[in-house]
Write a protein that binds this ligand. Structure first.
Ligand SMILES: NC(=O)c1ccc[n+]([C@@H]2O[C@H](COP(=O)([O-])OP(=O)(O)OC[C@H]3O[C@@H](n4cnc5c(N)ncnc54)[C@H](O)[C@@H]3O)[C@@H](O)[C@H]2O)c1
Length: 439
């Protein structure tokens, strides 16, 4: 594979602003974690940008630098946080209420977290039905609220003297929402905001404000948000990288680990039943059928694209796939996910696999937030724009170009991510052919 040497990457100089709609369990676990890591009282477990290496050249060359030494990423010391929420709690209070991290750890990072006070949110009850808070922008149309967000962003950037920024949606899951006429062009989108059209969701107003401010945008929830022509065109026009949707953390992470394995061995599958109990605020929001529908769509899409029943009808055409989420307050953030998988082998003989994953949702999500911020910032400095398919690794429902099917297999996603980094640095892509070792 030939080297390409044209990718110029601007250095990661100065501070990187991290703007987060949604100061909840995930985002506070992420911010508290970064502060703990900076102080040497925690380790960035689960983060590729901090821990993973990348093999370069032939296996005999023994070149495997850390990703963070191979591409110029922003330093954790240079991250500055800001965000919006419908509640007035500081990041310290929100983290304490979320009860993901121990109080003794939170105490040690109390000062920086207390300084993060959420700005007033753009919120609409029709999009997130089961929670309500006082810290919201009430004046004017949706277009006026977008202007207010632009002002918030400018003030944050000036006050913190940031050189660059990234925005990542860690807000609640909005109700299921399909693209409509108003989402087709920037003009129709802006017109719709001006007349307060119900088709414009709050998360879309944040994405619009980010892109207009020259800020890359990532979506950690399954909402439609910027996956619409109007905002994707805006991102391309402004040379901004974007990605989404829905962090791939617990059960879906397991699915994308296991399903490629069954398919690799040409084992059949007749059913996959997944159920969850969780008791955090996310669980409460997902109790609403509208928000659950958004989640269900992203969770269900995974198996079909991995197993490709149209290519392997004998193995997968009759697969029954169901996903349930139950709100169960006693569990808090410590989710439990059960999977029952019915597979079949040689001559059609059936077998069963049971998984009981006692996971911690926000502990799994926090390193993904960090990696996405650092990689999106890298992509922007490397002049990459539009959908960043190489970041599919992090998402349940990776955004993709029209006409392409998304890649869900986590091992293909990882290869794509690492090859993109090699490509950025003009290193040979790795195909795993390896015939040269036996010549
Ligand atoms: N934790 C995981 O493993 C995981 C995995 C995939 C996706 N997600 C998604 O990430 C998001 C965050 O998860 P969480 O556990 O932190 O939830 P959370 O409920 O603790 O936090 C979400 C926060 O967003 C706020 N919010 C809602 N609408 C808002 C708006 N319009 N503007 C600003 N703030 C708003 C809420 O008040 C809340 O504080 C959810 O959408 C969740 O589905 C989480």
């Amino acid at each position: 594979m030939s080297n390409q040497e044209n990718v110029k990457i601007a250095p990661a100089q100065g501070k990187l602003g991290v703007l987060i709609p949604g100061i909840g369990a995930v985002s506070t676990t992420f911010m508290a974690g970064v502060e703990a890591i900076k102080r040497g009282i925690g380790q960035p477990i689960g983060s590729l940008t901090q821990l993973a290496t990348i093999r370069l050249g032939k296996r005999t060359e023994n070149r495997s630098p850390y990703i963070k030494d191979f591409v110029p990423l922003a330093n954790l010391d240079d991250l500055v946080f800001g965000g919006w929420d419908i509640y007035e709690d500081s990041a310290y209070q929100a983290a304490s209420k979320a009860q993901v991290l121990e109080a003794s750890l939170l105490e040690k990072v109390r000062q920086p977290l207390e300084a993060i006070r959420p700005m007033k949110a753009v919120f609409e009850q029709d999009y997130v039905r089961l929670i309500n808070g006082p810290n919201v922008k009430t004046q004017g149309t949706k277009f006026d609220k977008a202007q207010a967000l632009l002002e918030d962003i400018k003030n944050f950037q000036q006050a913190n003297q940031v050189a660059r920024s990234v925005m990542i949606w860690c807000g609640s899951t909005e109700v299921f929402h399909k693209p409509s006429e108003v989402h087709q062009t920037l003009a129709s989108f802006e017109e719709a905001m001006k007349r307060n059209d119900p088709e414009i969701a709050p998360s879309q107003i944040y994405a619009y404000a980010a892109l207009l401010s020259g800020i890359p945008f990532a979506n950690g929830a399954p909402n439609l948000t910027h996956d619409i022509p109007a905002l994707l065109d805006l991102a391309r026009e402004r040379n901004l990288p974007v990605c989404g949707k829905d962090f791939k953390t617990g059960q879906t992470f397991m699915k994308t680990l296991l399903a490629p394995g069954f398919k690799a061995r040409m084992l059949g599958m007749s059913g996959w039943f997944s159920t969850n109990i969780l008791g955090n605020r996310d669980g409460e929001v997902l109790h609403d059928p509208g928000s659950f529908k958004s989640k269900e769509e992203t969770k269900l899409s995974v198996l079909d694209s991995i197993l490709q029943p149209h290519l392997y009808p004998m193995l997968y055409k009759d697969l029954y796939h169901a996903v349930r989420i139950n709100y169960y307050p006693p569990r808090g953030d410590a989710k439990e996910g059960w999977d029952n998988i019915d597979i079949f082998g040689w001559l059609g003989y059936p077998m069963q696999i049971k998984i009981d994953f006692l996971c911690r949702d926000s502990i799994l999500a926090a390193p993904l937030v960090l990696d996405l911020i650092l990689f999106l910032d890298l992509a922007q400095r490397a002049g990459m724009r539009g959908i960043q398919e190489w970041l599919s690794f992090y998402f349940k429902a990776p955004m993709h170009a029209p006409g392409l099917y998304p890649e869900h297999d986590i091992f293909i996603q990882l290869m794509k991510l690492k090859n993109t980094l090699r490509w950025m640095r003009g290193e040979d892509l790795i195909t795993h052919l390896g015939l040269e070792y036996y010549d």
